[in-house]
Design a protein around this ligand. Structure first.
Ligand SMILES: [Zn+2]
Ligand SMILES: [Zn+2]
Length: 243
């Protein structure tokens, strides 16, 4: 099994080390049919794209689309899920600028309310000391479900990373609101355990490298192994080809 598309790669516009062109060339070299560039949105305190660079990024992607017609190039973004309300740092209007919109929970997101700070704090304490696990699961699950309900994005990135979730409830919402759940190479979520829990559900999945370096683009062996180990029907993974 191998992937035909990698929708989740970063560049120097956020915390990646490569340019847009580097990612496109590498994807062509690997024989991918589609490459998505998904840098962190502006609500990320450390790595977010500067909003005033958006025009430049869009022009660069358009130029690459013309130059490399042999591959489908998608301008994407990785929005930040902020607190229980499920608010994102990208508005619905801004989403229209992108070919694909992804969203995930990140520690580095700038809090937009007191509730966000509480969520970050509970998730830190859970991660460091195993405290407040039930509260963390409840808060994070609510946040992810509300984000899916409120916004027309496409892919929920690394569900459960940095903050534990009730993956069955998240998958139910993903089915209802037509989102793909990501199996992420870099962050190891969805895990085999999570995948086993949702194996028999009708949820659609997608594999993403989340590459921040050239050599990581399209490299998803661990994700494929998780799919196999969990007994997931490969047909459910939209970018997986059986060869
Ligand atoms: Zn992420
Ligand atoms: Zn990412």
């Amino acid at each position: 099994m191998r992937i035909s598309a990698d929708y989740h790669t970063h560049t120097t516009y956020s915390d990646g080390r490569t340019s847009h062109e580097d990612n496109v060339r590498q994807a062509i070299k690997l024989g991918l049919k589609t490459i998505g560039i998904a840098d962190h949105a502006w609500g990320h305190a450390f790595y977010g794209i500067k909003k005033d660079k958006l025009r430049e990024i869009k022009q660069e992607i358009d130029r690459l689309k013309e130059r490399f017609p042999e591959i489908r190039i998608l301008l994407s973004i990785e929005a930040n899920i902020l607190g229980r309300s499920g608010q994102l740092d990208v508005t619905e209007e801004e989403m229209a600028l992108f070919d694909v919109v992804q969203a995930g929970y990140h520690f580095g997101s700038k809090p937009s309310s007191f509730d966000d700070i509480v969520s970050h704090l509970i998730n830190y304490l859970n991660r460091l000391f195993g405290l407040f696990k039930k509260t963390a699961i409840k808060r994070n699950t609510t946040a992810l479900i509300n984000a899916m309900k409120r916004y027309p994005f496409h892919i929920l990135t690394h569900p459960g990373d940095k903050g534990p979730v009730d993956i069955v409830a998240v998958a139910e919402a993903a089915i209802k609101y037509n989102k793909l759940l990501e199996i992420n190479q870099r962050h190891h979520y969805l895990t085999v355990e999570q995948l086993r829990l949702i194996r028999d559900m009708d949820v659609k999945l997608i594999i993403g490298s989340d590459a921040h370096r050239l050599e990581d683009i399209g490299q998803v062996a661990d994700c494929i192994q998780r799919v196999i180990d969990a007994g997931i029907d490969p047909v459910k993974v939209v970018n997986l080809r059986t060869i």
